[in-house]
Design a protein around this ligand. Structure first.
Ligand code: RM4
Ligand code: MN
Ligand code: MN
Length: 409
């Protein structure tokens, strides 16, 4: 598409939808997506980790790669860390290093699943000494968050059981709540605890935080600093994630997302690659709530949780960011007044057709315009390719035998 027809296409979109181009551009420009440090190191499946030439081997290299993603997208100013996959003895220096790269440290993710002690659980373990150890690890992460200027602790537990009768399910629930209370009591003002759920894996009979309802109950019982985190890959097939998002927004407890896509289980594929319409429907719920002044809609942490197996690491992250931006931009095009009107009238198909009209709009010229105004290349993937960065890090960084905390890496 040449420059003139691209501009025409953008105007066609905003004219047809009676939107203000500047306002639309501003909203897309202020939409930030956090990338995960663990997406830049080697990772894989339980069968094989294919070492990627130039994959980041330590915190410095992960920060540099995340900064490169921000440089070409203009949309990813923060990076999530996983402790102790990311480690340093000087967190104040890590903060400065991030800032010197134009970045900030985002969510701190405690690791409560890779120590031998955690075989029977962490925050729910039958032995109080091990529960204490798990709580202390999260406390350490709170200190790291304070030192690095982060305001989010993002908690995912592998806790669960493999067999009926293995443990007392209500007992585990009590232990979980008590442990979470101890953590919650330690949160400094302004820091939030995001409680992630996942219906199975690594536990196969019961998982202690299996669904949004359990996370929401825990968050509600804990208090206003706790919210629910929705990882889009963590539901049984057929689950309506957009409806979960609607319910959490309505309760004011949607803390954030871990975006990824899946075909079968927790595949952690590039978000929007398998089910872009689902992603759009999720954003449609947020945009709809925002339009009605829902205050939760303005304080959602949008994060990617992907560990790529065979994909080029940095490109896969950039593509994910672009796919999220596409879904977000389309959700802004939905004609809310028309939608409300046809919904009231009980016109079954008309509401769907309103969503379809936005979803079928090619927003890529609009996103190109957004980037042009930010002084960016209109295609961040091509910008990365022509930057020489990938070849440079492949030269500079040896192929690491062990380069992340990812199992098998
Ligand atoms: C889990 C979950 C967590 C992530 C770990 C590595 O499935 O998605 O968010 O930290 O994987
Ligand atoms: Mn996750
Ligand atoms: Mn996951």
């Amino acid at each position: 598409m040449n420059a003139d027809s691209a501009v025409e296409a953008v105007h066609a979109i905003v004219d047809q939808r009676q939107l203000e181009l500047d306002d639309l551009v501003r909203r897309i420009q202020s939409f930030a997506i956090e990338t995960p440090s663990w997406g830049y190191g080697n990772s894989g499946t339980r069968f094989k980790v294919f070492a990627w030439p130039g994959a980041a081997r330590n915190l410095h290299e992960k920060l540099a790669d995340a900064a490169m993603v921000h440089r070409v997208t203009g949309a990813c100013p923060t990076v999530a860390l996983h402790i102790p996959w990311d480690n340093t003895d000087d967190w104040a220096a890590a903060r400065q290093e991030a800032e010197s790269l134009g970045m900030r440290i985002g969510a701190i993710n405690p690791n409560l699943f890779q120590d031998d002690e955690y075989k029977l659980g962490s925050l729910t373990h039958p032995d109080p000494a091990i529960r204490r150890r798990a709580i202390d690890h999260v406390r350490e992460c709170i200190v790291i968050a304070q030192t690095t200027g982060s305001d989010i602790i993002s908690l995912w537990l592998a806790d669960g059981t493999n067999y009926p009768g293995q443990d007392d399910l209500r007992g585990r629930r009590h232990r979980l709540f008590e442990s979470l209370q101890a953590i919650y009591a330690d949160l400094p003002p302004g820091m939030r605890l995001l409680i992630e759920y996942k219906f199975f894996e690594p536990a196969f009979y019961s998982t202690d935080l299996p669904d949004w309802g359990t996370s929401l109950l825990m968050a509600t019982k804990l208090g206003p600093k706790a919210d629910v985190l929705v990882d889009t890959g963590h539901h049984p097939h057929g689950t309506n994630i957009a409806q979960i998002v609607a319910q959490l927004l309505d309760e004011g407890r949607l803390g954030g997302f871990h975006f990824n896509d899946r075909k079968y289980a927790d595949d952690d594929l590039i978000v929007g690659s398998v089910n872009p319409f689902e992603l759009f429907c999720i954003f449609n719920e947020i945009a709809g709530a925002a339009a009605e002044g829902n205050s939760n809609a303005g304080r959602i942490a949008y994060m990617i949780d992907q560990s790529h197996n065979i994909e080029p690491k940095i490109e896969a992250m950039i593509q994910s960011v672009m796919n999220i931006q596409i879904a977000y931009a389309k959700s802004l095009l939905v004609d809310r007044a028309a939608l409300r009107h046809v919904q009231k009238a009980g016109d079954v198909l008309a509401g769907y057709r309103e969503l379809q009209a936005a979803y079928e709009t090619d927003v890529r010229p609009l996103l190109a315009e957004v980037r042009r105004r930010q002084g960016l290349d209109v295609d961040p993937i091509l910008a990365l390719r022509s930057s020489g960065y990938v070849a440079q890090v492949a030269r500079e960084r040896a192929v690491a035998a062990v380069s992340s905390g990812y199992p098998g890496a």
